[in-house]
Design a protein around this ligand. Structure first.
Ligand code: SF4
Ligand code: SF4
Length: 397
């Protein structure tokens, strides 16, 4: 099978995923969406709030290091196989063909590219405004910001696919510019097999099909996007001669590189550390944000000699479903009692401030203050969050 066919299949899967993910609903939210009004990131059923963005930061560092590792091993596999720029240029090849065609064909080519640009721009917005809101809103009021963003993005995407095309990769793309520092002597490249270079019949097919106008026979070029068009072309030419193609994938020049090398272990080690850190943060996440605030009422004695302390529990439910929180106060002197004994419901994404009075009848042994633990839990939602605070003994004990 030609590499081109495999790349087209990978491109279709990638396009379906990028366009389709916002339509997948998990717990009544898009599978992946950043909600700007509430500054919340929805990720496959989880909601990450602004105050938890260190999880996103660690995930971003992990993904960045993963990209460096993949590039170190497989070179520009992203550019050639999965980058939306390459995929959409491949799917709009009629724009290149239109240069040699008449007005009607040009109109068709640029018309279709414009429609594709509108859809691609909309699909970007779906990662911020759910398509289930966006599509009905198109008939009503989408809001000037969303309309403006859609129009500007459509214009940029259209100009990119109509004019820049693969020039984007060598002129604008920042990832392409960083390739040089991510490669080493063992990175996967596409090259003319040096041991068989003498068999080249100088047909120039590899040169003519290259979308970035590279002559692969002259060696590795920073503008090469690893699309493997030259490899397929040479295979077609040489198969007619009863031979294997002269251009191949190789780890390092002439295939002399090694996957397991020093750079692999250094970058791979960092990837592993950040992955473990990310998993730890995700597992340790409780789903509620819980702070103990001071209450206006100071610690005091009651007539029967008990001590009462008052607190305000500031609770925010960061889940996409309601929680029923049971409050428990660490017991000491075996006589502690609390004002809230029934579970308190906090709606999905909601917040509440709960006044809590804690009373200790047996004050023997209490001098000035001691630490106590207050726990909020909902066993059904796997929530168990504990905070420590002071239980104050008033001065005149
Ligand atoms: S040299 Fe080959 S792999 Fe590189 S961009 Fe040109 S056709 Fe694609
Ligand atoms: S397609 Fe193959 S045979 Fe033809 S010029 Fe390129 S490397 Fe040589």
């Amino acid at each position: 099978m030609r590499i081109r066919t495999l790349r087209r299949i990978a491109g279709i899967i990638q396009a379906v995923l990028i366009m389709g993910i916002p339509f997948i609903r998990i717990k009544s939210e898009s599978a992946l969406r950043f909600d700007i009004p509430t500054l919340r990131l929805h990720v496959f059923g989880y909601s990450i709030w602004m105050q938890e963005f260190f999880i996103v930061l660690i995930a971003t560092i992990f993904l960045t290091l993963l990209i460096v590792l993949v590039t170190l091993i497989f070179g520009r596999v992203w550019c050639g196989w999965l980058c939306p720029q390459t995929v959409l240029v491949d799917f709009t090849l009629f724009v290149d063909k239109s240069k040699k065609k008449g007005f009607a064909y040009k109109l068709f080519a640029f018309g279709v590219t414009f429609v594709v640009s509108i859809i691609v721009a909309a699909s970007l917005i779906w990662y911020f405004v759910s398509p289930y809101e966006f599509i009905p809103f198109m008939r009503r009021d989408l809001g000037p910001t969303t309309w403006g963003f859609w129009i500007v993005m459509t214009a940029i995407i259209f100009l990119n696919y109509a004019l820049l095309r693969h020039k984007w990769c060598s002129t604008v793309c920042p990832y392409a510019k960083l390739q040089g520092v991510m490669f080493d002597q063992s990175t996967l490249i596409i090259e003319l097999d040096p041991e068989r270079a003498g068999e080249c019949i100088n047909c120039k097919r590899c040169e003519n099909v290259c979308p970035t106008n590279i002559n692969i026979r002259e060696g590795l070029n920073a503008a090469c996007i690893n699309c493997a068009e030259c490899l397929d072309a040479c295979n077609e030419v040489m198969e007619r001669q009863g031979k294997k193609g002269l251009i191949h994938y190789a780890f390092g020049t002439a295939g002399e590189g090694r996957i397991l090398r020093q750079n692999f272990f250094i970058v791979g080690g960092f990837v592993l550390v950040f992955f473990i850190f990310f998993i730890h943060l995700t597992m340790a996440r409780t789903g509620i944000d819980f702070t103990i605030l001071p209450h206006n009422m100071e610690a005091r004695f009651t007539k029967d000699g008990s001590i009462i302390n008052a607190y305000v529990l500031s609770v925010k439910n960061m889940l996409n479903e309601p929680v029923d929180l049971r409050i428990s106060v660490e017991r000491f002197n075996e006589t502690v009692s609390q004002s809230i004994n029934e579970p308190v419901r906090i709606e999905a994404g909601g917040a509440d401030k709960l006044p809590l009075f804690v009373r200790v009848k047996d004050t023997s042994g209490l001098k000035t203050a001691r630490k106590i633990k207050i726990t909020l839990s909902d066993k059904n939602k796997n929530i168990n969050s504990t905070r420590e605070t002071n239980f104050i003994v008033p001065d005149d004990v």
